[in-house]
Write a protein that binds this ligand. Sequence first.
Ligand code: HEC
Ligand code: HEC
Length: 499
Amino acid sequence: MRLNTLTFLMLGLRPISALAEDALLPVDQQTLTRMIANGQASDAFHEAFEAGDELTEFSFDAVRGVGAYIGEGRRFTRFPRADLTGPMEWANHFPTREGGANATSCIACHNAPFANGAGDVALNVVIDPAHTGDPTQYLERNTLPLFALGIPQRLAEEISLDLYLQRNSAIQTACVSGRAKVELHSKGVDYGTLTVTRVSQDPCEFETDTSDLAGIDADLVIKPFGWKGNKPTIRSFTRDAAHNELGLQAVELVGDQDGDFDGVTNELTVGDITALTTYMAALERPVSKLELDDLGLIELTAPERSEILAGEAAFARAGCVSCHTPSMTFKEAVFKEPSEVPGFFDVTFPDGSDPASHGLTPANSMTFELTGDQPNNIITLPVGTTYHLGAVARDATGAAVARWFTDFKRHDMGPGLSDPSDPLGLGASMFLTRSLAGVGATGPWLHDGRATTLEEAILTHGGAAQVSRDTYAKMSEETQAEIVAFLESLVLFNADPEE
Ligand code: HEC
Ligand code: HEC
């Protein structure tokens, strides 16, 4: 069975050579916005999705400004060059380079087991955000998969909205009675406590103590992207990825300036970033082998099914679920770009411009239903009916549910997994609970790809996960194998590898 799935996944690799290099035109945000305003929102969505697909696959060239003026006559570098401090060289680019430029296309790295997936360690990114120039301080990052990123962003938005309300009611209480302490929680997860103390009345002024928050930032904005969990939106991650990985500087990042001194400006339009964001948000979701078996797309034997189910139960018993929250329910499973939730849209773009001046407004946002609008993985079942495997599923009550396996919190993973330095100031050993959606197909694992098996990934957990890890280590070999079988059952699936 396993071999068949793997073979199928391998077939998913897209032929890069088949792409029409000249067909890539800049996406115009104003056109998309006009379409949405004129009642053609669905057309705008499909156009953006298609454009995003092309943008992630396209191999950019120097004419389009790929790469950067590194120094030493180079355009690309796989390791940070803080030593190159001459005029226009690596160390003087703006915004500050973290690493790269590394590649000419997004799927150069995001390609395993097929396009938009994770990546081998050969494609790891090495960064030196603080420009130490000291290799012992460099951070190493393994490529993350790009599927269904609308799920984590929308869940993060809903969690933050809950936490904002809880903060507001604490402020109201404190203004009346002097002090209020709230236990923040959302979607079954505990985010620590917030204490509000009134410092003066009429008008009420108050202080907020955020020192007992758990795994999130003082602004209560959940940041579901990056191994560190430091970026709230697909858009914000994407324009930084374009700059650092490809040396493509978006207009919204640098305006009409040439911050990487490669002689090209306007390397990606606002519409291009919207298209990339829409595409990754609306990509098909990861699935489980049980689901594929239920649908008749693969065949599991009865013992294989029961092993996976036993593994899921043991995953809970080992305490893995205390961080890898198996599922979360949406209140409103709708993705919008730009979002309307404070903390999840740009008040101003990094270049200082107003997003509305580019046509990017919440009034005409790119909007799609997470429970049905995804273009991929609409499959015809062996019985002849159509099933939308790419969309977020609903539970028996009709609520949209995502099996994303994270609590969206950062945890101390102990000294063994620690980064060698902490340029972001989040704690060197702090990492976002990695989603396990698709984890059976995204190895190697962990933030630097050091784990070549799922078992290794589990046994490398330390810090706040030490007890859970030790519980796993003490389980019988059979139970351990069941947990691994469960993790291996969480896979990526593309019904139409040629698409
Ligand atoms: C050189 C390899 C490389 C290239 C090229 C690359 N990426 Fe990535 N990508 C990574 C790595 C490594 C990470 C994890 C980074 C981290 O967490 O610090 C990542 C993470 C991401 C994430 C966050 C996913 C998540 O769930 O947190 C997004 C979004 C993303 N990349 C989009 C893109 C886009 C869009 C492009 C092209 C413009 C691109 N990447 C090009 C290596 C690459
Ligand atoms: C204290 C929270 C916590 C607990 C408990 C926990 N994990 Fe994790 N897990 C994480 C974090 C954080 C990461 C990301 C580590 C990194 O960035 O290197 C992770 C990563 C993983 C990965 C690698 C994912 C990938 O894509 O590379 C697997 C597999 C995994 N955990 C399985 C488990 C299993 C199985 C258990 C129970 C035995 C468990 N975890 C318990 C927090 C936790």
